[in-house]
Design a protein. Sequence first.
Length: 194
Amino acid sequence: MKAGLAVRRDISATILRKKARGEKNGRVSSRLFGIANILDGMSREQAAQHAGMTRQTLRDWVLRYNEQGIEGLKDRFVGPECKLTPEQEKEIETLVLRGPEGTLVRWRRVDLQKEIEKRYAVTYHERTISKLLERLGFSYVSVRPRHPKADVAAQEDFKKTSPRWLPQSSPPVPRAKTSSSGFRMKPVSGKKAP
């Protein structure tokens, strides 16, 4: 490695290789092998090549390893910060459980998006609304909506007066056999191909 960049030596190359073999994340495993290669005396170029990365990438991981140890070699996915407080999320959960008022039959993501923007001045994308609802324990599947002007009594009367029998269906027609290639098979003729 370059003279100006040293690798911490509190963990031996043997232990790093053992941890790399047991690691489920392939990228972390590769980083562990790269650092173990350096500790075994390989040049930065060779160590990086054997670990499947560039010299600069290995150098960056060495810096993280020196500062944070093996934990520093794991990926850090930083997602967007939650814009709503836990109290506001609880209010949204109550709002969804209560159901919409007015002309809405059920909550859609776009409706919740507008409601959150109106109440809390927070703008979310529709996909983020889906993630929020999932985090709050709501599923995507919902009951079939009822029209607000539906006449329930008329629907029940219709069910009572409609006939209970179903028209007789014709017997099923047997399907033609297919070959394993998916094409219909032709009947065998008496002649054989020359």
